[in-house]
Design a protein around this ligand. Sequence first.
Ligand SMILES: [Zn+2]
Ligand SMILES: [Zn+2]
Length: 177
Amino acid sequence: MRKKFVVSVSNLKPGENPLTLSFPSSLIETKDAEIPGNIDAQLILRRNGDRIDVRGDVHFLAKLVCSRCLTNFKKEFREKIEVEYRQEIFRPKGLKVDLRRIINQDYYSGDEIDLFPLIRDTVILALPMAPVCKSDCKGLCPICGKNLNEGECGCKREETHPWKEMLKGIKEQIKRG
Ligand SMILES: [Zn+2]
Ligand SMILES: [Zn+2]
């Protein structure tokens, strides 16, 4: 299954080489999200000598759980891909960091480029750590648990916001000098 992600550089013609990959999400371990359908990657591999420029996007639909109101919702993702692959010999010596994420550059050895890590990381990084069903989601009432997007429950809740508490703390610190 992973084989179709491996591109043979010598098989690429100079200029543009389109590549479409569609695969089941079970190939990628996603912790909190479920991806019910396929993951589709539409890429163009541009070959310039032994430099391969990979551009395109990865498209998928994820089922997420709102971190505020705990309802399930679906979200469509279309993530951009833009990485240039160079031969391993050009990798800066002694540099251990992953350049792919910093300056969109990666390296290949021999004749093969494995695009799987690139696509996998693109999907994983796109998934939010704390998903919200909508930006103004009101969340659940901490007293009765009612979903406040569906209306008020009548509980007497004290309005505290984390940032207000933080601001209070900073003000007190300034007072104390
Ligand atoms: Zn929500
Ligand atoms: Zn309530």
